[in-house]
Design a protein around this ligand. Sequence first.
Ligand SMILES: *Cc1c(COP(=O)(O)O)cnc(C)c1O
Length: 373
Amino acid sequence: MARSHNFNPGPAALPLAVLEEVQQELVDYAGNGLSVLEMSHRSPAFMAIYEKTEATLRSVLGIPENYDVLFLSGGATLEFAAVAMNLMRTGRAGYVASGHFSSVAMREGAKYGEAICLASSEESDYAHIPAVADVEAAIAREAEQGLDYVHICQNNTIYGTMWHELPDTGDVPLVADVSSCFLSLPLDVERYGVIYAGAQKNAGPAGVTVVICRHDLIAEGPALSICPSYLDWRRQTMQQSMLNTPNTFGIYVCGKVFQWVKDMGGLEAMEARNRKKAAMLYDVIDHSELFRGVASVQDRSIANVTFTTNIPELDREFVSEAADAGLIGLGGHRLVGGMRASIYNAVPKASVERLCGLMKEFEELHAGTSATE
Ligand SMILES: *Cc1c(COP(=O)(O)O)cnc(C)c1O
């Protein structure tokens, strides 16, 4: 069996051990005589899977009792709307535009109320995260007129930047799209009002969205009466994410990934591994005459490493040579070009070593063709 070195941004690499367990249980789950794919979501066997999945996530992430956990569908994209419809009580919320998804979230929020742009890094093509002090000053200014929440995207998957320090939002709940850094490192859940993530980056297969919300924020039901029942977090909480048929198989696989994270030593261990992998790549980039990093050094992501030669044909050649060598998913997002190595939890250090080696070989071969300023 030849498994690729998988640098896909999402859907992305899953731990081999999880895939093998799923394979083993696929036809007959735990002696039930049927597959998880064929089970009723209301059956005791599936409810046990659901409850274990939630309990494992709670223990891995340290989610306090007063936070609800949901496993929904529709991706982070549908939650952009859900955030606004559940939380926009005064009709005014703050957004930080630090990349593509945070800007999409802001535009989605603007459909349901006033979406104030607190800070943006668009003028640098989102190469950096807006300064925390500027964000905090904007929050202080805008909060006087009322802010229902402050929304950030904690790791900008496309640009390769991440928040290394969270803004202090005072009494205003912080809402974070953590899709591409969920389970990459510990999060202090109590710093947030709501955390949400599409599972396909780091937590499981596509089709599951994890939403973690502080209970008091949703206790009265959604802020907007037009909120579709499906997106009503309170109702979903009361029904254990089963207002309708959930993504049963996806939830089951997420549960296995959560358990894998736990068995591997939890989020501290994940963070240490991810930092080591990222440091290896940034070290090659920083010592290269050919490759340069795309993101500002102080805001570099530990999950998505963006780099380029500044010569589009050469970038394409690198991506294609890498693919020939079994390293896949390295093409940058179409908005940025260049290369992006997504090095989520399930990407082994050996794959990153292989990539570093390939970059050095490629540089030797193309010495002298540098366009680096
Ligand atoms: C991938 C991604 C999204 C989009 O997720 P979907 O699950 O496809 O809706 C949103 N935000 C971030 C940070 C992402 O990485």
